[in-house]
Write a protein that binds this ligand. Structure first.
Ligand code: FES
Length: 610
């Protein structure tokens, strides 16, 4: 773990002969006055500065406690230690370094004593702000300090550090300081995927949420142990076979070394996706879909931070993949219908079906296939998939239909279900989205070798079938059939405000759906609606699934565009989010405190003047 550090200019000894202060310096007062009063406050342009006389020396530091901004002038000094009188954080007076990591270090500034007067520099700068805040982020992540992480995020963005570079820092920290890919890295990647559609303020929040969840994941965990690729370079087919073999027998080290060998051998992202997807689908709907979702997110993370980090990031998914529990071990997949056997039987036909469908590449039956996938006969569902392949549907087409069908499960989720059932619907949707993304990545260049991965569609279809009870009776989807919803506001700003207001109250599921439908059926900007949904998530202490739902929904909306299907998908997102809002919003408060401290100005003015 990294050591908390702080640095800055040293306080000046009384009477030191110095050059004349520059324009950046402000007169704090005479040294005699400071000696009598013990402390003075200079109201610099950016923030108040506290000047302290202690045992023959003069010190100057930010008067706002780095924890929550309480005026440090109201604190006490003893034995070179400044104590804040709000939550009693303690600081080394000379360096500003804190003894209480949760409070963060207090910035100090140069002070000069000349001709009996005390001058302080009114700006707080770092020689290399990007490097300074990168180090602070590393410290915050290492010690799981939300406030430090938030300030470092703000500082890096203000210093012009690229968002992808910040994601890279956090992702590599997460990969190195935890023995396996986790929830935090999944959230980080999901939010990083959304950055292009977020306004600047929301980007700060998104990066903060992602980083704090990675830090929380790593807190107290053993760091990851590196493994090495094999010394040989077996042919790609052998490596793919071996990966499946090691997954079957749950041999983690062997699977990791095989994957590292494939990376070292220069496998393309598509080939790596094919190999991992084939291995992962050795078990059906493993870990209720999380295993595949994590794998897909690791690939997306590499898209964001650069594939040169593949050896550091990709093997982190192997541990969960080989350990995951497959649905074939559950009764529901075996009785009364053996769904696993049905999937295996259908898989054995895939190569011939894709061969038959080759040449008919203008298949466009995505929506119709999705309706068939929502049926209540698993054999007919499998047949519908097979018929689509025969008619020319590519693997990614099947994934898109599956994801849309799964979104409809959420959009039609009946309010009579138990609350926990939302997660059943959610699992299928995010799994289906991952299947779609992975099959898109794999592509069709070598379809004969990729049919194994298409098992993921069959598994997803059976999971969707088993969740059919969630739509009995189905919730009605607003906006269908030209429904106008004229009882709702019409302008987009008022709709957005009403939507956020709905998320402010519990169980406003149907109202949220109607507002989304209203917005889209009036032809308002989908991007504005997505920004509102993102804001609704980012202001909450959202659960892991809420981030997944939002990102998968936005991704699937991108596949369908502003169509009826696209509207259904965003309604699904809004209904899920409405069922899980509001929360305490503690993280938002931390982010807001950090933002205010970083921007300057006074906090706690009332407390300071009382
Ligand atoms: S310890 Fe100073 S504001 Fe909390």
């Amino acid at each position: 773990m990294l050591r908390s550090t702080c640095s800055g200019p040293k306080a000046t000894m009384e009477g030191t002969l110095m050059d004349a202060p520059s324009k950046e310096f402000a007169l704090a007062g005479s040294l005699e006055e400071l000696k009598i009063k013990g402390r003075l406050v200079v109201h610099g342009g950016h923030r108040p500065i506290l000047v302290i006389y202690d045992r023959g020396r003069v010190f100057a530091l930010d008067n706002r406690c780095p924890h929550m901004g309480f005026p440090l002038e109201r604190g006490s000094v003893e034995d070179g230690i400044l104590t804040c009188h709000w939550h009693h954080a303690r600081f080394d007076l000379e360096s500003g370094c804190t003894f209480d990591l949760w409070a963060d270090d207090v910035p100090i500034c140069p002070v000069e004593v000349r001709n009996g007067d005390v001058w302080v520099k009114t700006t707080f700068t770092h020689a290399d702000p990007a490097a300074h805040w990168q180090q602070r982020l590393a410290n915050g992540l290492a010690h799981d300090l939300g406030l430090v992480i938030a300030k470092a995020m703000h500082g890096q963005l203000a210093a012009g550090v690229a968002q992808a570079e910040i994601v890279r820092q956090v992702a590599l920290f997460g990969a190195q300081n935890r023995d396996g890919w986790g929830v935090g890295l999944t959230i980080l990647t999901a939010l990083a995927n959304l950055l292009p559609v977020l306004p600047e303020e929301e980007a700060y929040l998104a990066l903060f949420h992602g980083a704090r969840r990675v830090a929380a994941d790593c807190d107290g965990e053993a760091p990851r142990r590196e493994r090495a690729p094999l010394g040989s370079r077996p042919d790609p087919a052998a490596l793919k076979r071996w990966l499946r073999r090691w997954t079957n027998v749950r041999h983690r080290e062997a699977a990791e070394r095989t994957l590292l060998t494939a990376i070292a051998a220069g496998f393309s992202p598509a080939e790596l996706a094919d190999a991992l997807f084939a291995a992962e689908t050795e078990r059906a709907f493993a870990d209720t879909g999380h295993s595949l979702d994590f794998i897909n997110k690791a690939f997306e993370c590499l898209d964001l931070v650069g594939w040169q980090h593949a050896a550091a990031l990709l093997p982190t998914v192997v541990g969960q993949m080989v350990a995951a529990r497959g649905a074939e071990e559950s009764t529901a997949w075996r009785q009364p219908v053996d769904l696993v056997a049905l999937c295996e039987e259908s898989t054995s036909e895939l190569a011939d079906l894709f061969a038959a469908g080759r040449g008919s590449r203008d298949w466009s039956g995505h929506a119709a296939l999705a309706q068939e996938l929502l049926g209540d006969d698993p054999a007919r569902i499998a047949d519908a998939l097979k018929e689509a392949i025969r008619a020319g549907a590519a693997p990614a087409d099947l994934g898109q239909s599956l994801a849309y069908a799964a979104a409809l499960r959420v959009a039609r989720f009946g309010n009579a279900n138990e609350h926990a059932d939302w997660e059943t619907a959610h699992h299928v949707f995010t799994y289906a989205n991952a299947v779609h993304q992975m099959l898109t990545r794999i592509g069709t260049a070598n379809i004969d070798t990729h049919v194994t991965a298409v098992r993921g569609v069959l598994h997803g279809a059976m999971a969707l079938y088993l969740a059919r009870y969630l739509n009995v009776p189905p919730a009605r989807i607003p906006g269908d059939g030209g429904e106008q919803l004229d009882d709702l506001p019409a302008d987009p700003e008022t709709i957005g405000a009403a939507l956020l207001d709905a998320f402010d109250r519990q169980r406003q599921v149907d109202l949220a759906a109607r507002l989304v439908a209203r917005h889209l059926t009036l032809g308002h900007s989908p991007q504005a609606l997505i920004a509102t949904l993102a804001h609704a998530v980012l202001r909450e202490d959202a659960g892991f699934h809420a981030y997944q739902m939002l990102e998968a929904g936005v991704r699937q909306f991108g596949a369908w565009g502003d169509t009826d299907e696209g509207r259904h998908i965003l309604i699904a997102v809004a209904r899920y989010l409405a069922a899980h809002s509001p929360t305490e919003r503690a993280s938002l408060q931390t982010a807001d405190i950090a933002r205010r401290l970083m921007r300057g100005g006074e906090l706690h003015q009332e407390a300071g003047s009382s």
